[in-house]
Design a protein around this ligand. Sequence first.
Ligand SMILES: Nc1nc2c(c(=O)[nH]1)N[C@H]1C(S)=C(S)[C@@H](COP(=O)(O)O)O[C@H]1N2
Ligand SMILES: [Mo]
Length: 191
Amino acid sequence: MEQLPPGQYTVNNWPVLSAGRSNKTPLEEWTLTIDGLVENPVVLTYQQLLDLEPTNQKSDFHCVTTWSLLDTEWKGVSWAKLAELVRPKPEAKYVLQHSNDTSDYTTGTEYSELLKDKVLVAYEHNGEKIPTEHGGPIRLILPQLYAYKSAKWLTRLEFLSEKKLGYWEIRGYSELANPWEEQRYTEDDKN
Ligand SMILES: Nc1nc2c(c(=O)[nH]1)N[C@H]1C(S)=C(S)[C@@H](COP(=O)(O)O)O[C@H]1N2
Ligand SMILES: [Mo]
């Protein structure tokens, strides 16, 4: 299968692309909240996340500014595992990701995107803890969408009944962000 979506080129280094910076919260104070329209809202410490069954996944990373990093290895907890824990309600249609950073970055998708292959709440990249500038200790990985749909410094997954625009979506970037359809900007979503 073709690995490079239209209009993308491959990079070997790994660029850093951040609207803000990490708040550098100490690891022992880091929490991941999963709440909103779920049966069992949770606040997980970093250690509690590590204690859940891990999954390793190799996936591609496509930035909307046209670079792609291929075959990158992530370790973390699969959405399937976390879904067992929190049990989203039937009316949960949308998920807003929140970051613990200086820009209060958010990004959102339909809940169905979390149910796709290789979706991870990741804490390791290529066998190492995710570096701070790349979103460590925890970031989401939604490899099927442009990477702005994968929040770095992930601190909360909020389940909603309706869509809410995030940091780049408010600024005119696609809500759908499917790289295979080249949905880069809002106007591409209509095509
Ligand atoms: N919190 C936060 N998450 C973010 C961003 C950001 O600015 N802040 N940028 C997004 C974009 S546009 C891309 S391409 C990737 C970049 O991840 P990297 O810096 O690890 O390459 O993170 C995404 N997640
Ligand atoms: Mo990006």
